[in-house]
Design a binder for this molecule. Structure first.
Ligand code: HEC
Ligand code: HEC
Length: 292
């Protein structure tokens, strides 16, 4: 069976790209009702289904972790840190946490203490507005500390040292509910992120919503389309044998619409990141997760 993009202006698009549903797949129903729970290491229960946050206003009946859409062997890898390939990168991040770097002779641990205490809950509320009123992702906070508090070089947004660190920090919040703020000073950024989410890009004229909302649970070129949640980031992608950052994933998704993509670490993607994170408010932080 082939589903067209479920939107008015979709005829041209449908000619260029086919969304297909497996016999049982229909958009916006539970992708895998038989799978009832994810518990990591036998002691970190993960919320893989949650009521949609109010601001989604019925656009999705329920929210689902991307984990639920993956095949059994990929799902299995995430249940045990010895099987999760991301964990070697977490170890590298933990080593960097304790390592002195920069002209001030300091490590992250010197100021923040044990990462398990100092960073618990941090991933769950990122991105967020800083004291100066700017919207910052976790990467921005890390580099602010490196440059302005340690006298060290900033990490490159999408390179290993940064991804190892975001993975190590995310792991300290596993099981905690995603809870990004969307009101107050965050509201203007959130509104712009939302607008971007529903904007059609590229020759294919597809928005994030075309794939991850309207065609969630359908298939595109063999990929089972999830809701495009960010609670599992950074993710370890088996295809790339590497950690992938949130902005790297956004970059690829925009590029796949045959559009020029936006800069990783740029303002547009920070705003989009806030909006997408808010669509997952209520799911557990799951990163670093495993994806195909
Ligand atoms: C000289 C002390 C110092 C060092 C060294 C330092 N930080 Fe920070 N960091 C701070 C302060 C102060 C803040 C802002 C207040 C806060 O949230 O604790 C902060 C904030 C953060 C935040 C945001 C936390 C939040 O809840 O908003 C992250 C993430 C972070 N630091 C990561 C790191 C990492 C990773 C390193 C090592 C590469 C590091 N920091 C090194 C002092 C330091
Ligand atoms: C042409 C369809 C398409 C469009 C448009 C698209 N994506 Fe994706 N996206 C995919 C596919 C395919 C995957 C991999 C399977 C999955 O998790 O859905 C994916 C994965 C993701 C993931 C990873 C989810 C996880 O659990 O690992 C995120 C996050 C994401 N997309 C966000 C976005 C955002 C934000 C936009 C808009 C800028 C967007 N996507 C536009 C097809 C698309």
């Amino acid at each position: 069976m082939t589903f067209r993009v479920n939107m008015a202006a979709s005829l041209a698009t449908a000619a260029l790209i086919a969304f297909t549903g497996a016999a049982t797949a229909e958009p916006n129903i539970d992708p895998n009702p038989d799978v009832t729970e994810l518990v990591i290491n036998g002691d970190i229960p993960i919320t893989i289904r949650a009521p949609a946050p109010d601001h989604l206003d019925g656009a999705l009946p329920e929210i689902y972790s991307g984990w639920l859409y993956r095949d059994a062997s990929t799902r299995q890898m995430e249940t045990d840190d010895f099987e999760n390939p991301a964990m070697t990168f977490v170890d590298e991040g933990l080593a960097a946490w304790d390592a002195v770097d920069g002209s001030e002779g300091k490590s992250c641990a010197d100021c923040h203490g044990d990462i398990a205490e100092g960073m618990a809950g941090v991933r769950a509320v990122m991105p967020k507005v800083n004291e100066a009123g700017a919207l910052w992702s976790m990467e921005d906070y890390i580099n602010d500390c490196r440059v302005n508090r340690m006298g060290a070089e900033p990490y490159e947004w999408d390179k290993s040292p940064m991804k190892n660190m975001t993975a190590a920090i995310s792991a300290q919040s596993r099981g905690m509910p995603v809870n990004v703020a969307i009101d107050g000073p965050a509201a203007e950024f959130w509104e712009r992120g939302k607008e971007m989410y529903y904007t059609r890009f590229g020759n294919l004229q597809l928005s994030c919503a075309s794939c991850h909302q309207e065609n969630n649970n359908n298939f595109i070129r063999g990929d089972h389309l999830s809701q495009g949640q960010t609670n599992g980031f950074p993710v370890y992608r088996l295809k790339q044998s590497a950690l992938v950052s949130i902005h790297n994933r956004f970059y690829g998704c925009v590029r796949d619409t045959q559009a020029e993509s936006f800069a990783k670490g740029g303002q547009e993607f920070r705003e989009l990141e806030l909006y997408v994170a808010s669509r997952g408010n209520g799911l557990s932080v799951e990163g670093p997760s495993v994806r195909p």
